[in-house]
Design a protein around this ligand. Structure first.
Ligand SMILES: [Zn+2]
Length: 157
């Protein structure tokens, strides 16, 4: 996934798309390539500054706009509000948003791909882009724990 993306390759790709490989651009790319997942602009800025590079929020906005325009970064709009960013080249994945904590988990399940392809084909289409977002609450007890309730009676009394 994005954690293994080579920063030099990304910088080359930026240049090929006519972007100047400024310090700001390299710093933002480095944070995303290191696998900071779905940061918003403020989290991006904090991560860049944690690496010892001062950057203004306006510059973060400018850089992510440039990177999005040339298709290196994708903007995600979850129902949590703020725009979030991730490298476009990562492995295809869907998102699960924990509505209590705001955590965003990446996942991929081939069975879902198959169902979606089948539905699209049945309607006479081929999928070119997909966006699956699940909004969820954590199950307690966790699914790995054995479930109890041998009686199986479910009706309300
Ligand atoms: Zn993601």
């Amino acid at each position: 996934m994005a954690g293994t993306t080579d920063i030099d390759t990304l910088v080359q790709e930026c240049r090929a798309n006519g972007l100047k490989a400024t310090e700001n651009l390299r710093a933002v790319l480095a944070v995303l390539a290191e696998g900071v997942r779905h940061p918003d602009v403020e989290e991006l800025r904090r991560a860049v500054e944690a690496r010892g590079h001062r950057i203004a929020l306006a510059s973060v906005y400018r850089v992510v706009a440039q990177l999005t325009r040339v298709g290196i970064v994708e903007t995600r709009h979850f129902e949590t509000g703020k725009s979030r960013y991730e490298l476009a080249k990562g492995q295809m994945h869907d998102h699960l948003v924990d509505i209590d904590t705001g955590d965003i988990l990446d996942f991929h399940d081939a069975a879902m791909d198959e169902i979606e392809e089948r539905v699209a084909a049945k309607l006479g289409y081929r999928i070119v882009r997909r966006r699956v977002e699940l909004y969820a609450v954590r199950i307690e007890p966790r699914p790995s724990l054995p479930l109890t309730g041998a009686g199986g009676k479910d009706e309300a009394t």
